[in-house]
Design a protein around this ligand. Structure first.
Ligand SMILES: [Zn+2]
Length: 452
């Protein structure tokens, strides 16, 4: 009796494995494992980030979703954070809107999808009657296509590169080849002020969809920061793969960019076989309100999936509809409050500087983006005399102080005396916009001056 049952179970398991023999979709976790072998401090940085996140949660308790029960509870307590995005479209000799040279409409549709998903405005969110509805969060994060470049010039947030690379291999995908101009891609924009996306063609043999960097590597590897995605899993319109038509590859990857882990905790145990092996309940995604899940889910399961599974979850089973699982686009529809708060921790930590970015604001044609909190100018606007004040003791770090007009021509050089206070008289200049430029520790910071 027992034997027969075992054989039946084995057959069922084998069938299951055949039916769900799926390739890895997201390279983030594997790339992280590879990074740890090359960068001895990567693990320590990640642990430090976990510690920071833990402390952040202690000081900013996760909203009690079980009591408050609605997504609106988070809306009232957080303000929306805008994230400027630049999309680097890497293609090879294709016309605009053809193949990897994806249309502006396809790019806009991806931004729209992110804005819906991160604000719980997605039309396909689970119904309020669903047992997991109380966990569904408005993450209070929105995205814009950049309106100004790091130097202040206007942009539509899209950079198109006609590359010599026809198609990137899966190895290129792991090696971040598309992130560098020198290897047929495009260098990222200042990752402290922009979220960089790259779209491109990957070899037809690869099932990889996307990959993201983690915030704990921003300071050490700024040039690698951002999210890569094959062009046919990007956006909600255009030549898309059948299971990836709702832009959720990017929702998932941007989740990683904000430090989210896979919902099953990336504990693959002895085998990556979708069965609950020894050790697969040990890993965690560092989030309290996602049920402990032993394996990833593919396709489109029906609810409840794996109720009372080996990790001791309850009758609701896996939260397979979470964006950080591996289900098809139409079946992943939510982030939890715990995930939303984990993202807020990243935005209070390594990603905090992006909150000061001007990337989402219309360019005024002037570079004010590196304006530093260390300089104050008053009055501004002025009819001629400006008082320049550096934060106490920082004036001596300035090695050059000059003023240029809107054409970039220097109109004044200010003699430095290591003090924190300077006077500037521009009354001999025509009225208009000028830039005060200060070289501080080798970095030029600039401040817009308005002369009436
Ligand atoms: Zn992933």
């Amino acid at each position: 009796m027992k034997m027969k049952k075992t054989i039946l179970l084995l057959t069922a398991t084998l069938l299951l494995h055949t039916a769900f023999a799926q390739s890895e979709k997201c390279a983030t976790a594997k790339a992280w494992t590879l990074l740890k072998t090359k960068d001895a401090n990567a693990q320590a940085r990640m642990e430090q980030m976990e510690e920071f996140t833990k402390n952040y949660h202690a000081q900013n308790p996760v909203l009690n979703y079980k009591v408050n029960n609605t997504a609106n509870a988070s809306r009232s307590q957080r303000s929306v954070i805008m994230i400027p995005v630049v999309v680097h479209v890497i293609y090879h000799n294709e016309q605009l809107g053809v193949g990897a040279n994806i249309s502006d409409a396809q790019i806009h549709s991806q931004i729209d999808a992110l804005n819906a998903d991160f604000r719980l405005l997605n039309a396909d969110s689970i119904p309020t009657s669903h047992p997991f509805w109380n966990y569904s969060a408005d993450c209070m994060i929105q995205f814009c296509l950049a309106k100004q470049e790091p130097n202040g010039n206007p942009t539509n947030g899209i950079v198109r590169i006609n590359s010599s690379v026809t198609s990137f291999s899966e190895q290129d995908f792991f090696d971040d080849v598309m992130k560098f101009t020198s290897t047929g891609g495009d260098d990222n924009w200042n990752p402290e002020h922009y979220l960089n996306f790259w779209t491109f063609r990957i070899d037809a043999t690869s099932g990889m969809l996307g990959k993201s960097s983690f915030p704990s590597n921003l300071a050490t590897n700024p040039e690698l920061d951002g999210v890569i995605c094959r062009f046919d899993a990007f956006g909600t319109t255009g030549p898309l793969r059948p299971a990836n038509t709702l832009g959720r590859t990017m929702t998932h990857e941007v989740g990683h960019w904000f430090n989210l882990k896979h919902i099953w905790g990336d504990d693959d145990g002895a085998t990556q076989n979708l069965a609950c092996d020894l050790g697969e309940c040990d890993g965690s995604d560092g989030v309290d309100d996602t049920p402990n899940q032993c394996e990833r889910n593919y396709g489109c399961p029906s609810f409840p999936n794996n109720p009372y599974n080996d990790c001791g979850s309850d009758e609701n089973g896996d939260m397979y509809m979470d964006y950080m699982d591996y289900t098809d686009d139409p079946c992943m529809v939510m982030f939890t409050f715990g995930q939303a708060e984990r993202m807020q921790a990243a935005l209070a930590g390594p990603r905090a500087e992006i909150r000061n970015s001007n990337g989402c604001q219309m360019s005024t044609g002037v570079a004010d983006i590196y304006a530093d909190k260390n300089i104050e100018v008053s009055p501004n606007p002025s009819s001629g005399n400006f008082n320049i004040r550096f934060k106490q003791g920082t004036g001596e770090m300035i090695s050059k102080l000059s003023v240029s007009n809107s054409l970039g021509m220097t109109v004044a050089n200010i003699e430095l005396d290591n003090s924190d206070n300077y006077q500037l008289n521009l009354s001999n200049q025509p009225s208009g916009i000028y830039f005060l430029q200060a070289v501080e520790k080798g970095k030029t910071i600039s401040k817009k001056l308005i002369l009436n």
